[in-house]
Design a protein around this ligand. Sequence first.
Ligand code: ATP
Ligand code: MG
Length: 158
Amino acid sequence: EKVEFVSFLEQIIERFEMNKREDIQFSKQLPSDNVYVWLDKDKVTQVLDNVISNATKYSPEGGTIHFAVKRVRQKLQVSIKDEGLGMPAHTVEKIFDRFYRVDKARSREIGGTGLGLAIAREIIEAHHGEIWAESQEGKGTTVFFTLPLMRQKRRGNK
Ligand code: ATP
Ligand code: MG
């Protein structure tokens, strides 16, 4: 369905804001105008729920979670950046594999199945977007994804 992405994301952020730990802050950098994408709301909500809950659960020291949305060429680019545990460079691509979890001992304490990002990748690719991560051990992680923008209707077009 056709979705205005900024308000859609703000609603999800608000839901997390109500339940978040006190040691975590949220910050947002969102476009001031409307941005339309064609997406399955339930599925993309599932992606955001996992990425945002990862950002909080792998941030034992708290810190700020920074949300940004921008247009990059014909796509919408969303990024969710945390100041948490981060991970070694060679693992950033593996976290999208089924059941892969960085550092077994560490993640056993934190809890999870290692499926969240594999499902997120399937969902984003089904929307003709891409999802990837950048991370530095001890500094934090940023997860990015793109979604194709709906073409802006111009006057004279149907
Ligand atoms: P699930 O989401 O299925 O409950 P999970 O969170 O372990 O379990 P994924 O969301 O797929 O699984 O993440 C895979 C692994 O990637 C995690 O176990 C964790 O090791 C690492 N990871 C994901 N996001 C972050 C992050 N923001 N910071 C540090 N490590 C992360
Ligand atoms: Mg997860």
